[in-house]
Design a protein around this ligand. Structure first.
Ligand code: 7TS
Length: 411
């Protein structure tokens, strides 16, 4: 059993009053808060070790380089990647997916080829593929969802065929909370001679990731959604593929030799990491992984799932509330999007903020999905390891207060 009180105490930001109420932070799908040991790792780096990496032979540079490369190994172990040089540091999921589209897409996509996405994708797993399709004359296809917000696997089997070169899909939807069957999709893509790209932004913080077990070819995620800093993320790719790919950015550190008319590239992973990287970000992402490992990702998952089991039925029971995505709590991950009949989601979000509760309202960068759900926006409560059943109770109570205020007027 996780001692949530102890966990909460590690997050200084949570201990504050917002609009005269204790803060209840339920916008973890957007970004998570950071524990003391992660904040301290950032401070320690700048206070003791700051230097550029991979170039100086002086002591600080060696220290910074060692810490940065150790962080890469921590990421490798975190996702069970076969090789540390398959771990590329990026700015975040968005950059990671752009790199796959720009480099791998450029390599394998030709005119008439098909790229299969799903209607539940975040814009950062749609727009880079649209741009690639435009450049190459390729075709985009979208797998539908079922009425309870799961991926329609019959449709997936229909769409993924011999023209499919790339399937790119969210592991967990940032709106529906659906977890997609990655292994099955990887097999489908591979049988047809294609490749599977996974957007792990909403899964890596919440469940054990094993890229070998998932059977995917690329896996992207962000540090800031898993208790780490902003501006750092990861692209993992299979070595044989990364080796064939061209770099996306060019400049210092990514070259082997530079001649007047051409250049040759450094080995993996450096070929992709042009210029001075986000050194502090990489090292502190390593500290965030240490933090997750100390708690245990399985324990985090169990705790969050308990919260969903607790709060989802309570939400479903409120008259006028529609919850999107799987209705069975066991199939619903740590994000819950919902709407209240007759009240605009932005009004709901403002009213909840008045009660000290932070949620997100909007299209959640998933406009195709929101249209599919026949909404213009939704409210979304998203959970992390430091959330409690009391947070859930406060959310439910505040929704009742909000309904009362908007539907029956101020008392
Ligand atoms: N993919 C998914 C599934 C996401 O949820 C997000 C961010 C991204 C990609 C992009 O990640 P980034 O770190 O590069 O921005 N999602 C959200 C969200 O749901 N609310 O704010 C950001």
């Amino acid at each position: 059993m996780m001692d949530v009180k102890k966990v909460r105490a590690q997050f200084p930001i949570l201990d504050q009053i917002v609009n005269d109420e204790p803060l209840v932070y339920l916008d973890n799908g957007a970004t998570t808060q950071k524990p003391k040991q992660v904040i301290e790792a950032l401070e320690a780096y700048y206070e003791k070790d700051n230097a550029n990496v991979h170039r100086g032979v002086h002591t600080l540079s060696e220290r910074a380089t060692t810490a940065y490369e150790n962080a890469r190994v921590k990421v490798q172990k975190f996702i069970n990647a076969p090789f540390s040089e398959e771990v590329l540091f990026t700015r975040g999921t968005t950059t990671s997916l752009n790199w796959v589209a720009l480099s791998f897409g450029e390599l394998v996509i030709n005119e008439g080829d098909e790229i299969v996405l799903t209607v539940m994708e975040h814009h950062s797993n749609i727009v880079p593929w649209q741009q690639l399709a435009k450049r190459k004359g390729a075709i985009l296809r979208y797998i539908d969802i079922t009425s309870d917000g799961k991926l329609d696997m019959n449709h997936a089997r229909e769409l993924i065929g011999e023209k499919t070169k790339i399937v790119s899909i969210a592991h967990v939807s940032n709106v529906l909370g659906t977890t997609n069957p990655i292994k099955e999709l990887a097999d489908l893509a591979h049988i047809n001679g294609g490749y599977l790209v996974v957007d792990g932004a909403q899964s890596a913080p919440h469940m054990k990731i094993d890229v070998q077990e998932l059977g995917c070819d690329f896996f992207a995620f962000s540090g800031h959604k898993m208790y780490g800093p902003t501006g750092i993320g990861v692209l993992w790719g299979r070595k044989v593929l990364l080796e064939q790919m061209e770099p996306v950015e060019f400049g210092g550190e990514m070259i082997d030799f530079v001649y007047k008319d051409h250049s040759t590239w450094a080995d993996l992973p450096y070929k992709f990491e042009a210029g001075t990287p986000n050194i502090a970000g990489g090292i502190v992402l390593g500290a965030a992984i240490d933090y997750i490992n100390e708690l245990g990702i399985e324990n985090i998952h169990t705790h969050e799932q308990e919260l969903i089991n607790y709060v989802l039925p309570k939400l479903q029971a409120i008259e006028g509330v529609t919850v999107f995505g799987p209705q069975n709590p066991a199939e619903h991950s740590a994000v819950i999007a919902f709407n209240i009949d007759g009240i605009h989601p932005h009004d709901v979000s403002t009213a909840l903020d008045m009660e000290g509760i932070a949620v997100r309202a909007g299209h959640h960068c998933a406009q195709i999905l929101i249209k599919e759900l026949m909404q213009t926006s939704t409210v979304r409560a998203s959970f992390a390891v430091y959330n409690t059943k009391e947070d859930c109770d406060k959310l439910i109570e505040a929704i009742h207060i909000t309904k009362e205020f908007f539907l029956n007027g101020p008392i």
